[in-house]
Write a protein of this length. Structure first.
Length: 136
């Protein structure tokens, strides 16, 4: 089973970081690394991320950088990723159950180099949530 590194870019994501990380932890794929990149958040994003990830049985690292945007954060995450596969996730995203196993299995069984996905948008209680869905 090849390792999947999930790079989570964050800037002031205290309201959504717990759900985002829980959606990763609850995946049915067991070989996951989380690389959490904080873009100098001024809220409690990093504290919450550390609480959630330290209680999980998942390999993780939390890195901070000066505020340089999501592209720079993802590139930094790639440098620290140790997985055969890389997944990008923003702090306000959530993975659907089975997303990682579905994509990792597809990549392993085919000659494809990439999978991609979209999201559904849901509004509840005046808050907006995105749910990622992947297509092979």
């Amino acid at each position: 089973m090849r390792k999947v590194s999930i790079i989570v870019a964050c800037f002031n994501g205290a309201l959504t970081v717990r759900r985002c990380l829980q959606s990763i932890i609850e995946q049915d794929y067991n070989n996951i690394q989380v690389v959490f990149i904080d873009n100098k958040s001024t809220d409690k994003s990093v504290k919450i991320a550390d609480e959630v990830l330290s209680e999980a049985s998942v390999e993780y690292s939390i890195l901070s950088q000066k505020k340089q945007g999501v592209s720079y954060a993802r590139n930094l995450g790639i440098k620290h990723a140790s997985g055969s596969y890389i997944c990008f996730l923003d702090v306000d995203d959530r993975l659907l159950p089975g997303s990682i196993s579905s994509r990792a299995n597809y990549l392993t069984e085919t000659t494809s180099a990439v999978t991609f996905g979209g999201y559904t948008h849901r509004i509840c209680c005046h808050k907006s949530f995105r749910h990622l869905q992947f297509f092979n």
